[in-house]
Design a protein around this ligand. Structure first.
Ligand SMILES: NC(=O)c1ccc[n+]([C@@H]2O[C@H](COP(=O)([O-])OP(=O)(O)OC[C@H]3O[C@@H](n4cnc5c(N)ncnc54)[C@H](O)[C@@H]3O)[C@@H](O)[C@H]2O)c1
Length: 254
């Protein structure tokens, strides 16, 4: 345990998933009071167990669907009733649906915009009144290299649109938050080892095209994204706002 986030109340979304779990564990080890949530109850509860069994402080809202504004309000209420305030909002949770421009269904387009973009907007709106009360609050949104670039093998029309919007919305949040001392930044992860991406590596064509785009020649780890979120959540990044940090092993640099 250390104190880079000592006593900061940090909402982390999607704590049942790869990066959300890594962030919950890392934030708690640094003294944060973590408020987690996930639509996947079982996975969220596993993370809650892992954090509390190592002596970390965490509460979690299970069966939380962030596309539903009522659930977003409940999550903020849980933070306030448990720990009194909200200092950090790490919008990590998202779900994308893939299809080429001439094939994606209307439903998959709208579901992606809802589950990658609208859920971020919803929770920012629900948490804003609490965040602006906190001195030095920080919003961290998860964009993607797909906001900056493309992959030949990824039918990511909806995903790219949603993440591009998360990126530009974050700049606007930084501008609107400045009068309150609130910072807003985004992280653009590249190819990260997760439950969803690892099995795809078994396809040699996919592996060559995707990993071949990474300057460092390997996939990233969830902890490498969580470490960036930790920096942006902490006061170490106090002069950084309206920025995007690409955690992509150099993917977008060549
Ligand atoms: N894995 C990658 O290579 C990669 C690359 C770029 C960006 N990202 C982004 O990183 C973030 C985390 O991705 P991950 O790889 O850890 O994914 P993941 O699927 O392991 O975790 C995401 C979690 O969010 C939860 N979730 C999804 N929709 C939700 C909703 N409506 N309400 C509440 N919870 C919801 C899921 O149940 C899941 O547990 C996402 O924003 C993703 O778009 C991932």
């Amino acid at each position: 345990m250390s104190d880079r986030l000592k006593d900061k109340v940090c909402i982390v979304t999607g704590t049942g998933g790869s990066m959300g779990r890594a962030a919950a564990l890392m934030f708690a080890r640094q003294g944060a009071k973590v408020v987690g949530c996930d639509i996947n109850r079982e996975a969220a509860e596993q993370t809650l167990d892992q954090v509390t069994s190592m002596g970390g402080e965490m509460v979690s809202l299970s069966n939380c669907d962030l596309t539903d504004m009522a659930h977003c309000k409940q999550l903020v209420e849980l933070a306030v009733s448990s720990y009194g305030r909200v200092d950090v909002l790490f919008n990590n949770a998202a779900m994308a649906y893939f299809g080429w421009v001439d094939q994606i269904s209307d439903d998959d387009w709208h579901r992606t915009i809802d589950q990658e973009l609208n859920l971020v907007f919803n929770l920012v709106r629900a948490a804003w009144p609490e965040l602006i009360k906190s001195p030095g609050a920080s919003i961290i949104n998860t964009a993607s290299v797909s906001a900056w670039s493309t992959y030949r093998l990824l039918p990511g029309i909806a995903h790219s649109a949603a993440k591009g919007a998360v990126l530009s919305m974050t700049r606007q949040l930084a501008m609107e938050g400045r009068v309150h001392g609130l910072r807003a930044n985004s992280i653009s992860p590249g190819l990260i080892e997760t439950k969803q991406t690892l099995p795809l590596l078994e396809d040699p064509e996919w592996a060559e095209a995707m990993v071949g785009k990474v300057m460092l020649g390997r996939m990233g780890k969830p902890e490498e994204v969580a470490a960036t979120a930790l920096f942006l959540a902490s006061d170490e990044s106090s002069f950084i706002t309206g920025a995007d940090i690409r955690v992509d092993g150099g993917t977008t640099a060549w």
